[in-house]
Design a protein around this ligand. Structure first.
Ligand code: NAD
Length: 343
């Protein structure tokens, strides 16, 4: 098996997790890194022993020598960097959120298609092991045919200290966090056809909305509620757990705080502990997300080797991103927005 070589652009807050993940992955090596901030470039370069360091993506692609690029920058640079990668014929992973607009996202997918390069959005929440355990339980048929679901993320964790840019954007929780929860709703209940959303800002120190409630109509006739908040003060802080409620024709599934999965069926109630693994480099409470980074990276490597489309390919993720756009429009215009307005 030949070793796959990768390059990473953006050596910021989250990229460190991605570098640890690549370190753990078999048959893959990050051979070059890029960041326009020299301090961050040095920290990541020294921590992970990467010799080839670039302050410009143009110079990185001009030198080449890698099979794929992992783009871990913030959203404004996603389209130019993905288009640069496509023009260089390099398979591409891009962090969420996909792009600033739907038009940009569609153009990025088209650029990768034209170039014939694989393109995946790093949408890792559906790769969290508790979410996978819930999906497996639904697919086992134990709760029968699903007719209703809820994907919920409510917290008062101070995300702004690690990611200060989150406090300044006009858009906040749907674009940054809700996007993951909306993708989980698609993963569990199938594609959606329409969304009705309400948003609010509770924290006066930030520019965007920090509370959002979305109701989704799914193609399969399922109704789901996706709710998220960074203004919810609970006795035990659940960050960064996504909680689930799923009702089916024969029973119910609940993924509750502290990673407790309960599946109630005609055969009885089974309660299991679906704690994620605490990887050697991980730290609580982030270990849930950190584990999922390694799992989505493994999926990418398998897909690249087998020339398969990744589950969260650019094409697939247009559906998730359309839900983000439609949610903002629904909240702004106080109406149900069909996804056909975006897709
Ligand atoms: P950050 O600001 O800490 O890091 C981004 C880095 O990219 C910075 O060091 C910056 O200098 C660099 N950069 C930006 N544009 C560049 C360019 N054109 N060329 C070279 N370097 C460039 O941001 P972050 O918090 O690490 O977030 C990065 C991305 O990861 C965001 O899109 C965010 O939404 C996403 N994120 C995802 C998860 C997840 O679980 N999937 C969690 C946190 C953040």
């Amino acid at each position: 098996m030949t070793e796959l070589k990768g390059a990473l652009i953006g050596c910021g807050f989250f990229a460190v997790n991605q570098m640890h993940g690549w370190n753990d992955a078999a048959g893959v090596r990050i051979v070059a890194i890029c960041d326009r901030d020299p301090a961050r470039l040095q920290i990541v370069g020294d921590t992970f022993g990467i010799e080839r360091r670039y302050s410009s993506a143009e110079a990185l692609f001009a030198d080449g020598g890698f099979d794929f690029v992992d783009i871990a920058t913030t959203v404004a640079s996603h389209r130019p960097l993905v288009e640069m990668a496509a023009a260089s014929g390099v398979a591409t992973i891009c962090q969420k959120p996909f792009a600033p607009t739907m038009e940009d996202a569609v153009a990025m997918v088209a650029a990768c298609d034209r170039a014939g390069v694989a393109f995946m959005i790093h949408e890792n929440f559906r790769w969290q092991s508790p979410i996978r355990a819930a999906k497996a339980a639904i697919e086992s048929g134990a709760i029968g045919e699903v007719f209703w679901g809820r994907v919920s993320f409510r917290s008062a964790y101070d995300v702004f200290s690690g990611q200060p840019y989150l406090a300044t954007g006009k858009r906040f929780i749907i674009e940054d966090l809700g996007i993951h929860a909306l993708d989980i709703a698609r993963f569990l209940f199938g594609d959606a056809t329409a969304v009705t959303a309400r948003t609010r800002r509770v924290n006066p120190a930030i520019a965007g909305e920090d509370v959002a409630t979305m109701m989704l109509d799914h193609e399969a006739g399922i109704t789901s509620i996706v709710d998220c908040s960074y203004a919810t003060r609970l006795p035990v802080e659940p960050f960064p757990e996504t909680l689930l409620e799923v009702d089916g024709s024969k029973g119910t599934l609940r993924l509750s705080q502290s990673y407790r999965l309960s599946v109630h069926s005609p055969d009885g109630t089974e309660v299991s502990d679906v704690q994620p693994r605490l990887l050697p480099w991980a730290s609580k409470p982030w270990h849930n997300i950190q584990e999922s980074v390694g799992l989505i990276q493994r999926h990418w490597v398998e897909c690249l080797r087998e020339r398969r489309e990744p589950d969260t390919s650019g094409r697939d993720n247009l559906q998730t991103f359309a839900l983000v756009e439609a949610s903002y429009l629904s909240a702004a215009e106080n109406r149900t927005v069909p996804l056909s307005e975006f897709l």
